[in-house]
Design a protein around this ligand. Structure first.
Ligand code: GLN
Length: 450
């Protein structure tokens, strides 16, 4: 049924970069065989899933939305991919994304823009916009994403679905094409909080292949989503993000969601996190710095595209030609920003300063969680914007992640759940919890989702 749905609508939505009907049906039959052979399979066995094209897959190409990786077939599965297969999920295909996960709209993909199923003239969010659109368009019931600065929560918010950024280190980065390694976090998309929790549980947990993976039990997210109770819970409204500068309808839905929490027995207080307003600026030094280092591996020798290798050019010339042709403009902008911020003489003023801001944001969270159990804010300042509107204005594009970035800088768990419409378009509520307090975002999310 999902393959039929993809065939019917994906020509307009463009959520998928790769779908293989035969391979999908073969995976589904293999799950049936495992079950027939008596294997105990989890609750998601046989459920189809759309997989972001940033995760390596041995049986499907993996491009990270970049021309430089066009046609590359990885020699191994990402840990998340492997765990999906072990749980019996059926991978329908790979979803579109901003090149190397840099963006908030999927307009930076080398393979065309994904369209928001609510209104095809609007962006589906990004960078995991193919994954959010696939679930919102009923092409898949579940999908995967990665969130470095908001790339799961923002697309979930603007397409009216649930998206979770787990605690950093709670889910493995092994086999994810790296953007900013100290921030990249894989997480689930679903149409409701319980489904997201089931997927979270299926692929999370310690992985010796990822040196920053946390060797602790997965928080009880499914139990928390089922519980869906906020009675007596202390909820902090982040004063600095309480809707200032946001679209009026977004602020209205946010206020209603907070009132709903209060009516369900939560104690709501205002909490000040004074450094959250500097998080965006710090992120745009730290993330590009890490990216400039991570993307050095695309040297025309090891992966994908190779341009001008005709026997007359040096390896360095081939590398330069390949990177000039293989990377899109946003990726080049990030490499330049990052290289500059890390240069000797600028390091202390930019990268070093940004790391200090990161510590201050972390202290804001620590102070806040002495007073409350979770923090809430809108997920994004606006609903989905028109395709093209911010394409030539990087600063306007970067603002889409104003509210989501603090949790990335510090590794905290956060969710976006749909809380109604503004001017006919979905609005998300962000719920943030302490590191390894992922169960709390599910518990509160399940209580307020609409
Ligand atoms: N939009 C942010 C950026 O462009 C975040 C992207 C992400 O989370 N991968 O960097």
């Amino acid at each position: 049924a999902h393959l039929d749905r993809i065939a019917a609508v994906d020509g307009q939505v463009n959520a998928f970069l790769h779908v293989d009907e035969e391979a999908t049906l073969a995976q589904a039959r293999a799950v049936d065989e495992r079950r027939a052979a008596g294997e105990e399979l989890g609750p998601l066995a046989g459920v189809p899933i759309a997989h972001k094209d940033v995760f390596t897959t041995v049986d499907m190409p993996t491009t990270a939305g970049s021309k430089i990786l066009e046609g590359w077939q990885p020699p191994y599965d990402a840990t998340v991919t492997r765990r999906l297969r072990e749980a019996g999920l059926v991978i329908l295909g790979k979803t579109n994304m901003d090149e190397f996960a840099m963006g908030s709209s999927t307009e930076n993909s080398a393979y065309g823009t994904t369209h928001n199923p609510w209104d095809l003239s609007l962006i589906p969010g990004g960078s995991s916009g193919g994954s959010s659109a696939a679930v919102a368009a009923y092409e898949a019931p579940l999908s995967t994403g990665t969130d470095t600065g908001g790339s799961i929560r923002q697309p979930a918010a603007v397409t009216g679905i649930v998206g979770v950024k787990p605690t950093y280190g709670g889910s493995s980065r092994y086999g994810i094409i790296a953007f900013a390694s100290s921030l990249d976090t894989p997480g689930p998309f679903a149409r409701n909080v319980l489904d997201a929790a089931l997927l979270h549980e299926a692929f999370s947990g310690h992985d010796p292949m990822d040196s920053t993976s946390v060797d602790r039990p997965v928080p009880p997210v499914v139990e928390a989503a089922r519980r869906a109770d906020v009675n007596g819970l202390r909820v902090g409204v982040v004063k600095e993000f309480a809707g200032e500068g946001a679209q009026a309808g977004v602020t209205a839905r946010f206020t209603e969601a907070v009132e709903l929490l209060e009516s369900l027995g939560a104690k709501v207080v205002e909490v000040s996190c004074p450094h959250f307003t500097y998080a965006l600026s710090a992120y745009y030094l730290i993330a590009p710095s890490e990216a400039s280092s991570n993307l050095a591996r695309f040297d025309a020798m090891r992966y994908g595209l190779r341009v001008g290798d005709d026997g007359t050019r040096s390896a360095e010339e081939v590398m330069a030609l390949t990177r000039a042709e293989g990377f899109g403009p946003e990726v080049k902008r990030r490499i330049m920003l990052g290289t500059y911020a890390l240069s000797s003489g600028y390091y202390d003023a930019y990268y070093g300063k940004a790391q200090q801001v990161r510590t201050l944001v972390s202290r804001d969270f620590d102070n806040a969680f002495e007073q409350v159990d979770v923090l809430v804010s809108p997920t994004t300042p606006t609903t989905a914007f028109p395709i093209g509107e911010r394409a030539d204005d990087p600063m306007a594009m970067y603002l889409a992640d104003l509210y989501t970035i603090p949790a990335n800088l510090t590794g905290n768990a956060a969710i976006s759940v749909p809380v109604g419409l503004a001017d006919g378009l979905p609005v998300g509520l962000q719920i943030m919890a302490p590191v390894l307090g992922d169960d709390r975002v599910y518990r509160v999310g399940a209580a307020v989702e609409r």
